[in-house]
Design a protein around this ligand. Structure first.
Ligand SMILES: Cc1cc2nc3c(=O)[nH]c(=O)nc-3n(C[C@H](O)[C@H](O)[C@H](O)COP(=O)(O)OP(=O)(O)OC[C@H]3O[C@@H](n4cnc5c(N)ncnc54)[C@H](O)[C@@H]3O)c2cc1C
Ligand code: SF4
Length: 461
């Protein structure tokens, strides 16, 4: 250990831009055993590891780094798969620079340990070598219904099944995974990785009911009456509106509609052809991770030009710096300090441009963000054949919540007891984006794990 003085931080090999923009394959390779061991060997095994405290799951990071440095894959696999329901997913999609790697002691000039990439390596290499997480089979007569198959739902199901409790999962889409499947693009997370986890849960005894929207195809009450407890993980995918004139034009789209349709196209199933943007000028409004995903998807789809309009500057972008850099490399044009004012329409009512005003950033406000001021008379237009709005998400609030005494707060988030994850109705639990607002895969996974702990304690006492 402590090889950081002689071994530099190494990121996994990234595919060349000219190659990777031709398809939707993942852009990073997975470390091989030697690279993973050498990189793990850089860890100094801090007495008080900050990385672990910054990881929402409190993964046993220093311990599995040590095992990998010693080439004990089996123990590392066990350690990594215990507090995390799908480490190979988090290793790929967590914003490591803000979480574990951001707080690594070596992130002071030496270069943080590549924790995320080593985490992905452990489970991928483990699966390749026949290792699988332990499930005892359904040993209890208790049954829990899970509504929504995103990371929150998959996580609660994982930990309930590990305790021998039966799970029925209801999902309104045609595939499980939530935003892991129909949000995060393939170039960040290969869908086979998600399908493999879903299959493991089905083999462990989970009943998966697809194409079933609770509240429409099946009533909430019917499900509640046939189960001992319920978990709600319905996410937050209602697009926020910018309130711009012209934003209702037929060629102005919501980010999720675009990403979902292109993913369907990649699955080779029916999708709406209006989302084929080949040879078109695409303008994306917003500067977060979802905006980066839309921009990079449009590039791969052969758009003529792909422009991001963001009202602050590069330093103030809310998304991951890594994904911004990847988008830059792939040829996305960024227009910073540009506040969109109107979608300009032609006589037929279709969008043809976006008008924006230039902004400047001043002193920081109470929240710590720089105040933004618009520059009078700086109106500028950028041509657009299609416009994608990517301004964040609010929870969808299904009517079955209020009808069953499940309270929500002022912005629609489900209110829970943060210790137990129980909602205001006994026996019904919730977590993930429908409780936090649009957040992260890892926090949804944490909520699912903690809810399962409470449900198990209450059902198996
Ligand atoms: C484009 C995009 C990219 C992202 N990239 C990242 C990233 O790189 N890293 C990261 O950490 N996070 C990322 N996120 C955020 C992350 O995906 C979410 O925080 C996470 O998926 C939330 O998990 P969840 O289980 O709460 O909800 P979701 O993943 O939204 O899953 C909810 C599920 O519930 C289903 N559902 C809803 N209502 C019903 C109903 N009535 N009946 C049955 N089923 C229902 C939905 O169909 C969906 O499958 C991204 C988000 C988006 C939109
Ligand atoms: S789950 Fe995320 S924050 Fe935790 S160790 Fe893995 S990559 Fe880091």
């Amino acid at each position: 250990m402590r090889e950081f003085l002689t071994t530099e931080r190494l990121d996994p090999t990234k595919r060349l831009v000219v190659e990777r923009t031709k398809d939707f394959g993942e852009i990073y390779e997975v470390f091989d055993r030697d690279d993973a061991a050498n990189q793990s060997d850089r860890c100094i095994q801090c007495g008080d590891p900050f990385c672990l405290n910054k990881c929402p799951l409190h993964n046993y990071i220093p311990q599995w780094l040590k095992s990998i440095a010693e080439k004990d894959l089996e123990f590392a696999f066990k350690l990594s798969n215990e507090p995390s329901p799908f480490p190979e997913v988090m290793g790929r999609v967590c914003p490591h620079d803000r979480l574990c790697e951001g707080d690594c002691t070596l992130n002071d000039g030496h270069g943080a340990i590549t924790i995320g990439s080593i985490e992905t390596h452990i489970t991928e290499e483990g699966f390749k070598n026949g290792l699988t997480p332990d499930f005892p089979g359904v040993t209890s007569d208790k049954k829990v219904a899970v509504i929504g198959s995103g990371p929150a739902g998959l996580s609660v199901a994982t930990y309930l099944l590990r305790s021998g409790v039966g799970v029925t999962m209801y999902e309104k889409a045609d595939r499980a995974g939530g935003l892991l499947t129909y949000g995060i693009p393939n170039f960040k997370l290969d869908k086979k990785v998600v399908e493999r986890r879903v299959k493991l849960l089905e083999e462990a005894g989970m009943q998966l009911v697809l194409d079933c929207e609770v509240g429409k195809d099946k009533t909430f009450e019917e499900i509640a009456n046939s189960h001992d407890a319920m978990f709600i993980g319905v996410g937050a995918t209602k697009a926020k509106s910018a309130g711009l004139a012209g934003e209702r034009a037929p060629n102005v789209y919501a980010a999720m509609d675009y990403l979902t349709n292109i993913q369907k196209k990649n699955f080779k199933v029916d999708y709406e052809k209006k989302f084929d943007f080949k040879d078109l000028n695409v303008v994306v409004i917003g500067g977060g991770d979802t905006a980066m995903d839309c921009l990079r998807t449009a590039k791969r789809e052969g758009a003529k030009s792909v422009t991001c309009l963001y009202r602050r500057d590069e330093l103030n972008m809310p998304g991951s710096k890594k994904e911004y850099k990847n988008a830059m490399e792939e040829g996305v044009d960024f227009t910073f300090l540009a506040s969109p004012k109107e979608v300009i329409l032609d006589e037929a009512g279709s969008a043809i441009a976006v008008e924006y005003v230039k902004t400047t950033l001043g002193a920081k406000d109470a929240s710590g963000r720089q105040r933004m001021e618009e520059v009078k008379g700086s109106e500028t237009r950028v041509n657009a054949d299609v416009v994608i709005m990517s301004l964040g998400f609010d929870p969808v609030v299904p009517s079955f919540l209020a009808e069953n005494g499940i309270e929500t707060n002022s912005w629609g988030g489900i209110i829970i007891d943060e210790e137990t994850h129980e909602t205001t109705t006994a026996g019904i639990y919730a977590g993930g984006d429908c409780f936090r607002g649009a957040d992260l895969v890892v926090t949804a996974a944490y909520d699912g794990r903690e809810a399962a702990r409470s449900i198990t304690a209450s059902l198996l006492k």
